[in-house]
Design a protein around this ligand. Sequence first.
Ligand SMILES: Nc1ncnc2c1ncn2[C@@H]1O[C@H](COP(=O)(O)OP(=O)(O)OP(=O)(O)O)[C@@H](O)[C@H]1O
Ligand SMILES: [Mg+2]
Length: 248
Amino acid sequence: MEDKVKNEVRDVEENKAGKSEESSDDFIIEGMDIVRTFKMGEVHVRALGGVNVKIRRGEFIAIMGPSGSGKTTLLNQLGLLDTPNSGKIIIDGTDTSSMSDREKGKFRLHNLGYVFQDYALLPELNASENVYISLMMQGKSKEEYEVAASDILTAVGLGDRIQQLPSKMSGGQQQRVSIARSLAHSPRVLFADEPCANLDSQTSKEVLDLFQKFNKTKGQTIVMVTHEGWHAEYADRVIKLKDGLVES
Ligand SMILES: Nc1ncnc2c1ncn2[C@@H]1O[C@H](COP(=O)(O)OP(=O)(O)OP(=O)(O)O)[C@@H](O)[C@H]1O
Ligand SMILES: [Mg+2]
């Protein structure tokens, strides 16, 4: 009984001080001691040398660091696009380390979204088809995926270009299609690797404003690699890499 009272007093005091301990539930991604090496002939390149990261639900994270510091490699591990040599990655409570490639593929399709520097749109498909292809693969009905594609394309400001081919669009418009595609299935985490690298600063701002809108209004968790300090200002927190390790 006395212990219970003591615990309650401690809880109240910690809450007042704003430092009640965070539990695993608060984190949507936990990466523990992630090591990734690449073999180049006889040489082993250590791209990640034991990285620990924790990302909270709804956080907008920027990953920064010099070229070759391991940013893309880290994003690919956290996004299950690659497999580390060792370490553990837990996404929304699911330990992904023991998943087979097939299970990872399914997990990615349902739970994760990706935006790449070069948009990675399929050139022969129009905006709507590029967006709904993953919903189709998830087994949604035609009506469901067509409406969802139209809604999300409207949300990224392309409501009037639903039937347009990527080749008829500017870089900024193509990147907005790719953002719509990445968000159409309401992923738990959106991963973006230098999404503005091929865009001028005005168009970059429009893309970052979109990320911010989905982060603030929908609580979308975003992990974005960037080289630019002003891009990182959109993020809640910066993870800085140096030589395959977290510097700060
Ligand atoms: N597939 C691969 N095969 C061999 N080495 C690789 C491979 N991918 C990455 N590396 C090496 O791992 C290190 C980290 O690369 P990574 O692409 O993660 O860096 P980065 O921080 O994203 O750089 P950049 O800013 O240029 O995109 C580099 O030394 C790179 O040469
Ligand atoms: Mg990179």
